[in-house]
Design a protein. Structure first.
Length: 111
């Protein structure tokens, strides 16, 4: 599959998801249990469930839960993100790609 972001830079949703992924990787290295950590609202800080029951990235980027990107697809299983893959199988190239895409996402309203 050819992903437009590989040619034109990240989309807003991809920039948003890559930010969450980058911090998940960092905090997991520092010892956080990313599968159960909660933010101040009681929702999952790193991972949560989508409206259809899939495991997705948590935080503000949850609104882009159906994003498909080449750096995150290897971490998916039949029920969304695979927690075992996130804990054990993140590759350096995925970290680099997410860090490259972690640009300010143009998500705000202009009115």
């Amino acid at each position: 599959t050819a992903y437009p972001s590989e040619l034109y830079g990240p989309t807003g949703p991809e920039a948003s998801q890559s930010q969450t992924f980058t911090f998940l990787v960092r905090d997991q290295r520092l010892g956080a249990n990313v599968s159960s950590a909660q933010g101040p609202t009681g929702l999952g800080k790193y991972l949560m469930r989508s409206p259809s029951g899939e495991i997705i990235f948590g935080g503000e980027t949850m609104r882009f839960w159906d994003l498909r990107a080449p750096w995150v697809e290897p971490l998916r299983g039949p029920n969304g993100l695979d927690i075992n893959k996130i804990k054990n199988d993140i590759q350096p190239w995925q970290e680099r790609r997410a860090a490259e895409y972690m640009t300010p996402a143009p998500l705000g309203s202009l009115n």
